[in-house]
Design a protein around this ligand. Structure first.
Ligand code: FES
Length: 153
């Protein structure tokens, strides 16, 4: 019997002004890219809380994509600069928890970059296939404490 092919599940937080519009353009331009992502529109990438990313992992995502406007193009001036700092911290925290930081990808995609969005999706899916499924139980055994504690607990 053939072994099932691993298809990574991705949660994609997309800023509605740029990355979300880029994703729409990829679709309307009929660019082929893997359908592995559940897109979640946000007003700005700076709105994406670390806790949302952790909740995505807890809920079964193998990877999280955060897409925002290019530096200097954020509709809220500096939201994407905050995102960049936050993602840097998040990746360090994931590494501490024994989770590959590459499971979070930050990309700047403008509304005119449908082709870039399609390329990013293809690359991210390929990278996650190499990493394999995220198995939090395995990580929890490695650590005495729960890997992904809820905020405020
Ligand atoms: S509005 Fe797009 S990243 Fe801020």
């Amino acid at each position: 019997m053939a072994e099932a092919v691993f298809e990574p599940k991705i949660v994609a937080f997309l800023c509605r002004w740029c990355a979300g519009a880029g994703a729409d353009l990829a679709g309307t331009s009929r660019l082929a890219y893997p359908p592995n992502a559940v897109p979640i529109r946000v007003n700005c990438s700076g709105r994406v809380e670390m806790e949302w990313v952790m909740e995505a992992f807890r809920s079964g995502a193998d990877g999280v994509l955060i897409g925002g406007c290019h530096p200097g193009d954020c509709h809220y001036v500096s939201g994407n600069y905050k995102t960049r700092r936050r993602v840097h911290l998040l990746k360090r925290m994931l590494a501490e928890l024994g989770i590959e930081p590459e499971r979070v990808r930050l990309e700047w995609v403008s509304a005119t970059e449908g082709a870039k969005f399609a390329r990013v999706m293809k690359e991210f899916v390929a990278d996650l296939k190499k990493l394999g499924p995220l198995t939090l139980e395995r990580e929890e055994k490695r650590s005495a404490a729960p890997v992904l504690p809820k905020a405020g607990t």
